[in-house]
Every structure is written in C-alpha cells, then in structure tokens.
Design a protein around this ligand. Structure first.
Ligand code: GLY
Ligand code: MN
Length: 462
C-alpha cells in the first residue's frame, strides 16, 4: 500500500470534483470458478484500490461530499474466518491505514444509502462490469438490474478518469517494477523459442515468472506462432523454424499496477530475409511513434504516423503502392495493421476502460472514427504529462481478411495482392512498449527489452 496521505489526497480531490451527494465505490467480492467455494484468485476493483487501497473482498467505500466524510463499510472477521484464513486486522485498523476514520458494518450500508436517497441526495456510482456487482447495486439502491446502467454517474466517471489518467511518481515506479518483471518474462520467452517446444511450455513458464516476482499476469498471455490472430490464447502449437512467435504479456505488481509488452521473434533465433524486412517496418513504426510522444499532441496523430510508417515500409517492399498519405487516409494500410496504436495503462492493463473507452480515450475535440482499423483506436485525444500508454504497432497477414479484400478488389490502387503470398508464413509481428508522457516528451518505462534484430538474435543465441 502507498502512504495513507496518498489515499486521503485522492479522495479529497475526488470529492472536490463532485458537486454534491454521496459517492459509492464498492470493492469486489470473491467470484466463483466452478463451484461456489472454489473461487478465482481474488482481484480487488481498481477504483476501490485507487481511492481506498485495501486489497480484501467485501468492502465498500463511501464519500459524503456534502459533509466531507469518508467511510469504509466492512465486517470484522469472526473465529470461523480466523480458523480458515488466519488472524486479520480489525476494520478500524485497516481503515486507519488508508486514512479513513469511519467504519461501519457492511450490513448497515443499505440503510445508509436509503436514508440518503430518501432525503433527496444523489448516490454517484460507476458502471458495474461483473454480474455480482450488478446484483449488489440492485440490492443496495433498489433499481431493477436492467436499469442500473441508466443511473450510473457521468460526473463521477469523468472525475475518476481525470484523476487516474495522471500517474504520480509512486505509481510510475510501480509500473516500472511491472515492466521489469515483463523484462524477465520476455527474455525467457525469447530464449525458449526453439523448434520442437510447445507454446504452452513457454506461456506457462513466463506466467510463473509473473507470479513469482509480483502478482498474476495483467491479462491472459497472448503467445503464438499464429500472431496474425491478434489475441491468440491457444498455446498448443509446436514451434517450427520459419515461423515468428508473438508474445504479448505483462505482469501485475503486488500492488496491481500493470505492464503490457509485446515482442516477436523468429523461432530458432535467426531472422530470414523476409522476416527481417517486415520486422524492421514494424520496429520503425514503434520507434517513430515513441519519439513523437509529447504533451499536447493527439494520440490519433501518432497512430496515423505509425500507419504511414507501415504503409511506406510496405510500399518499399512492393506490398503496397501509390500515394502513402492517400492510402492511409482511405484506410488501405488497415489490411496489414487493423488495430489501434495503443491504450492507457495503470491499475488496469487497458486503464480505466471499464468507465467507457470513449470517455477515457476521446473528448469533445476528437470523436471516434468509423473507418475499419482506425475505429479500434482506444486512445486518440491530446496527451498530457503523467499519461502512461502503450505503443504497439503491428503488421499481420490474416488469410481470411486478405481473401475477402482481394475478392472485392478493395484498394487495388494501394495493395499489390500478388506480392502478399510471398509473406504469408510470417503470420503477425507486433512490438509494444510502455511509455510515460513527461513534461517535455516521453520516457520508455522499465529496463529496455531487446527489440532490434541484432539484439534479439544475440539474446536468442546466447
Ligand atoms: N495486450 C493486449 C492488448 O493490449 O489488447
Ligand atoms: Mn496492449
């Protein structure tokens, strides 16, 4: 946990941004896996962690904006709990550790909220993302479950996004720890990527590194020689020479800050000529995009810079043709680069995304495009110092998409369909780093993870 002053200050800033009423931030409960008592590993709600810090199930935080009072609702453990879970601090002690003086039994929360509602006060809450939360909000506030989302507080959503988007030095140092764990995960994956190895042997090993050095992985590991499937969680293929292996994986620290790194390597440790050609285009897009990061620039413009770098690199190889700016403005490059350049990262790997992708990544100045490819950009708005984001361009050879576009003769003026067949065995290549927006530019977070062709070959052959 951070110092209690950090949490008190965050709660004060939040109360100052809300006009009036009560702010309700429930923590998570245990979630069952395959029968009630067998649960998933407990994961606290990130908003609860941010404002109330406590990493235990069955708590709720309440901020009374009008009377400037903070509460935690939760129960002290009884002897049965102690027998199964060991001794636990009292609620009073736990709450004091995060600067909250007022604690109440969990069962009194419903009356507390009902009294507030009866006296005409608004209860602000955030959108639920688990079924259990939906049911809990219905029980606490009396809405029909189908209507709960109609009563979510946009004022609270925007205030939380404003605060959580700007990372302080303590958070940045946690994220750097998470990237350093990812360093070990990715170096291990590179060294293991040899012919005859099964993907799951590598995925399991690097998940273990995350658990051993911090918390669980920050999202299910993507690791495959079929990197053309963007989120490939199937790990049953045996590695063969001539394929590239995409590893998109990150860790959570013990405080639940995330990393999200992608590296792509040639199975066996030596790039062939075609692999080198495509890899270098993706690397150029990654490096140029990172170098363009600074406050005041829109991330959409950096996404478009990455798209142009991809299109012009592919034109140099004969896979694309025609005017690069025109190809990108019409969206022809999205055949090869069909996703967004990146997203915010923090306590959630796609940070704060539960509060709405458009609320986090867009604003009044920049609206989401409907164009294929660009429509998937999660972060588009102007960058501010303190944002932490991912930069993750890629080039993919997706057979089904290529066949569909070719059959429709789509963008024939920009795409050399005949040339594509030479490159299909590459599958997909993505290179992703985690970057802080500083006052004057950018800083790539954590220990640098090899990404040039020479450095990757050196690591894999060592
Ligand atoms: N790391 C997976 C993603 O960003 O979607
Ligand atoms: Mn990512």
């Amino acid at each position: 946990m951070f110092d209690k002053k950090v949490y008190t200050e965050r709660r004060n800033k939040l109360k100052n941004r809300i006009d009036s009423g009560i702010i309700l931030i429930p923590g998570n409960s245990e979630a069952s896996f395959n029968y009630p008592a067998n649960t998933y590993h407990f994961r606290q709600d990130s908003n609860f962690l941010y404002f109330f810090g406590l990493d235990h199930p069955d708590l709720a935080g309440v901020l009374d904006v009008d009377n400037d009072k903070d509460y935690i609702f939760g129960n002290d453990v009884d002897m049965d709990d102690i027998i199964w879970m060991g001794p636990q601090p009292l609620m009073k002690e736990r709450a004091a550790g995060v600067g909250v003086e007022n604690t109440k039994p969990f069962g009194t929360l419903v009356n507390f909220l009902n009294d507030a509602i009866k006296s005409g006060r608004k209860v602000h809450f955030l959108p639920p993302y688990r079924g259990e939360q939906l049911v809990q909000l219905k029980q606490l506030l009396g809405f029909l479950t189908a209507r709960v989302n109609d009563y979510v507080s946009q004022e609270l959503i925007m205030a939380v996004i404003e605060l959580r988007s700007i990372k302080d030095k303590y958070e940045i140092s946690e994220i750097e720890k998470a990237v350093d764990i990812a360093y070990d995960m990715h170096l291990t994956a590179m060294k293991m990527a040899m012919p005859g190895v099964i993907e799951r042997e590598i995925a399991g090993t690097i998940e273990g590194i995350s658990l051993a050095k911090g918390g669980p992985v920050s999202f299910p590991i993507i690791l495959s020689i079929n990197g053309q499937t963007l989120h490939n969680h199937y790990h049953g293929n045996t590695l063969v020479e001539g394929r590239m292996m995409v590893t998109d994986a990150g860790a959570e620290t013990t405080m639940h800050y995330a990393s999200d790194i992608t590296r792509t390597v040639p199975v066996g440790g030596k790039f062939n000529q075609r692999q080198k050609e495509i890899y270098q285009v993706v690397l150029d897009a990654n490096v140029k995009s990172i170098e363009a990061i600074r406050p005041g620039v829109t991330y959409k413009s950096i996404h478009l810079l990455a798209a142009k770098t991809v299109a012009s690199g592919l034109k140099g190889l004969g896979l694309m043709k025609g005017d690069v700016d025109e190809a990108v403005s019409q969206g022809a490059h999205a055949l090869f680069f069909p996703h967004g350049l990146g997203h915010m990262m923090g306590l959630d790997v796609h940070d704060i995304e539960g509060l709405g992708e458009n609320n986090v990544g867009y604003d009044n100045e920049i609206k989401r495009s409907g164009q294929f490819g660009l429509a998937f950009l999660r972060l588009a708005k102007k960058l501010q110092p303190g944002f932490v984001l991912t930069v993750e361009p890629g080039i993919y050879f997706i057979p089904e998409l290529i066949d569909q576009w070719k059959a429709k003769k789509k963008f024939e003026e920009f795409i050399n369909y005949d040339k594509i067949s030479d490159y299909m065995d590459i599958g997909g290549i993505r290179i992703e780093d985690d970057v802080l927006v500083t006052d004057s530019g950018y800083r790539v977070l954590g220990k640098p993870i090899p990404k040039t062709i020479e450095d990757i070959e050196r690591v894999m052959q060592s």
